[in-house]
Design a protein around this ligand. Structure first.
Ligand code: SF4
Length: 375
């Protein structure tokens, strides 16, 4: 373990980015990302998927990072496009008995944990997340066993088995007020898995946080130095940053927040240009909600001969219209979460939802914080 400051420390665990042969963890995912569709194919597949959603009494719950056609399909058929917090609430509260979750696996699991009587389907069960992969439950349980005096707070991007061990689940929409609340009660925190989000919250709250050493492979790629150079080219642009990004990037932000909070900032801030450090799938909804505003991707290392560094999640990109059709037509891609893992995991999610319901304005409506450029 390395000690970063008296109030924050990082565990020795890290995410293994390569397998034994040196292949990156995302090679499998990129290989499954479907080829772009022609306009005719898009129209036909969308119509077929909409028909099946209606016929099966199902509702589509999509994340902001998935393909724009899926986002549009969700809106047009009475589903929702949102961040993981709102996805969980929407799926729980909707009357449909079949939920199709377009996103990554932990989102489908959260839907099933909250709605065990509903059928939860996903377009591709292989769609996962580097944060989830980097926090295996056996190692995480050992980490918790070694620190029984700490309140266990986990990010939504974890497996059901990890959530089953947690006291609280948080999303990036509500992590800051929940940790602030726990810190005010004098609690010491064990945080997992995202080291950048955890570090940001620790700096903002001063809480005593022992941290797992995971990262999102998309946000981890944003570069502080290159962002500084880009800002000089666009001096009037507001900088919007998701807190899964490295500290050097977060420190340059006008607004730090979840996807929903960054969307709100694009709509409401009196600026024409925005440099956005989050998955570029988000731009689809931002462009629809704020036409006329100029959105610029925050810089990553770019594509090289041996690696791919871009602002897009390969697991989110695996979600496709054909996958929605296949899961509804053939009943494939069903999410199942065994008891007693499910009921144990439900406790930490419900605690978060109850907290947010009691303080909706503090937790959700406001961006998490403003940085140096204070909007
Ligand atoms: S964008 Fe990052 S945090 Fe989100 S699913 Fe992909 S790897 Fe996980």
């Amino acid at each position: 373990m390395t000690t970063a400051s008296p109030a924050s420390a990082t565990a020795q665990y890290d995410y293994d980015q390569q397998d034994a042969s040196g292949a990156t963890c995302t090679a499998h995912a990129w290989a499954k990302v479907p080829a772009p569709l022609t306009p005719v194919q898009r129209r036909e597949l969308k119509a077929r998927a909409a028909e099946l959603l209606r016929a099966r009494g199902a509702v589509l719950v999509a994340h902001y990072y998935v393909d724009g056609d899926l986002q549009d399909l969700a809106v047009e058929t009475g589903g929702c496009v949102s961040d993981s917090l709102e996805m969980a609430r929407f799926g729980r509260d909707h009357s449909a008995q079949t939920l199709v979750v377009a996103g990554v696996r932990f989102m489908g699991e959260s839907a099933k944990i909250l709605s065990p009587a509903k059928r939860v389907l996903m377009p591709d069960l292989d769609a996962t997340c580097s944060l989830d992969l980097g926090c295996p439950s056996d190692a995480f349980n050992a980490f918790c066993d070694a620190h029984p005096d700490r309140t266990v707070v986990v990010y939504a991007n974890t497996s059901a088995a990890v959530k089953a061990r947690a006291d609280w689940m948080v999303t990036s929409s509500c992590a800051l007020p929940i940790v602030r609340h726990l810190h005010a009660q004098g609690r010491k925190i064990l945080w997992a898995p995202d080291r950048h989000l955890g570090g940001y919250i620790q700096r903002e709250t001063g809480a005593d946080m022992l941290m797992w050493n995971g990262a999102c492979i998309v946000h981890d790629e944003f570069k502080g130095l290159e962002l500084e150079l880009l800002r000089r080219e666009h001096p009037k642009a507001k900088i919007l940053v998701h807190p899964e990004s490295p500290q050097q990037v977060v420190e340059q932000a006008d607004v730090v927040g979840s996807t929903a909070q960054l969307l709100k900032a694009v709509i409401e801030l009196d600026a024409r240009e925005f440099i956005v450090a989050t998955d570029n799938g988000m731009f689809h909804r931002m462009r629809q909600a704020a036409p006329g505003k100029v959105l610029i991707e925050a810089p990553t290392a770019g594509n090289g001969a041996t690696c791919k560094s871009c602002a897009h999640c390969p697991w989110m990109a695996m979600n496709a219209l054909q996958g929605v059709i296949d899961c509804l037509a053939q009943g494939q891609g069903e999410i199942l979460v065994d008891e007693p893992i499910r009921s144990r995991a439900e406790g930490c999610i419900r605690r978060m939802l109850d907290f947010v319901a009691a303080q909706p304005a503090a937790a959700i409506a406001q961006p998490m914080a403003t940085g140096m450029g204070a909007a």
